[in-house]
Design a protein around this ligand. Sequence first.
Ligand code: TXA
Ligand code: MG
Length: 330
Amino acid sequence: MKIIKLDNVEQEFIKEYSMKPFVIPTETVYGLAGRIDNDDVLKSIFKLKGRPSDNPLIIHISSFKMLNSLMEGELHKKYSLLINHFWPGPLSIIVKAKKNISKLIYGNTPRLIAVRMPDSPSLLNLINIIGVPLAAPSANKSGRPSPTNINHVIDDFGTELDVYIDGGPTKIGIESTVINIIDDKIVILRPGGITKEQLEEFLNENVEVKNNIIADEKIMCPGIKYKHYSPRIPVYLFKGKQRYENMEKFFKKVNNKKIGFIGTEDEKNNLSVFKFYNLGNSKKEIAKNLFNNLINAEKECDLICISEIDLDNEGLALMDRITKASSYII
Ligand code: TXA
Ligand code: MG
């Protein structure tokens, strides 16, 4: 097992390592990457993660030319506007794949692939050197919180992987926003690093969120139907106006347990618990700290408590992750 700093990756890397899955730092979360032109590598990604084969992978590219090499037909004008503005960055667009793209990537979808250009010059350089786009799901075992530093990934995979590329703690901390275009309208399938408000403001139109099973029971974003983001200890999410009173009551009931409270700076002094995990103040800080705090708390506590966050801006993506991570909602 080898840990290489992102900025020290050399040409040799391609020959030596890219024929197996390896860990990459992106600006959102760490990814478990593999060349899209090698089915054995792609198969290993699913196996290593314990990922259901019908949950498709996001493809990471380093140029617009690579996007053209992947897609069939013309790029929708709205996509073109969006990617010119938001790429490189945490926005994944769903497009129709060329026939030669491996089915392992798009699963049971009608040959639809999610593509993004990560916001990291060194990573873009690496993809460029390899010369082939990289498919990369988040580098966690399926169902676990997403990794925001290299130690989180090592904790999940250890010697199962040969190469870890370390880029330090990730800048954004939650995954990319996945969007599609349906009837000429942008639809968010998974809220993430680029907010609904940012998309609406830029396009000057409403953007819908379908981050759920839609009316006809069809799963729009296959990943959402599985258990997600869950630490090894129970997570209690407190919602509504009475949430702090309810928490106090709950704390009394479980006072023999080590309670980890993951909260914002403002919530720090309100409650007495075994350990407080600071999310910071702004939504951006919360995004950056959420997964790290879930992972730290599971090592030190018996249970985790967290309070709801309003849905503005990054709040939508945060509540999506927090709700899915929760075992109980009170
Ligand atoms: O920020 C990110 O997106 C990170 C970093 C590593 O780039 N990657 C990531 O990948 O979060 P993953 O596999 O953990 O989540 C990908 C999500 C899943 O919910 C999956 O169902 C959805 O994207 N997805 C991928 N391809 C899709 C497609 N063709 N149609 C609908 N949803 C798709
Ligand atoms: Mg994931």
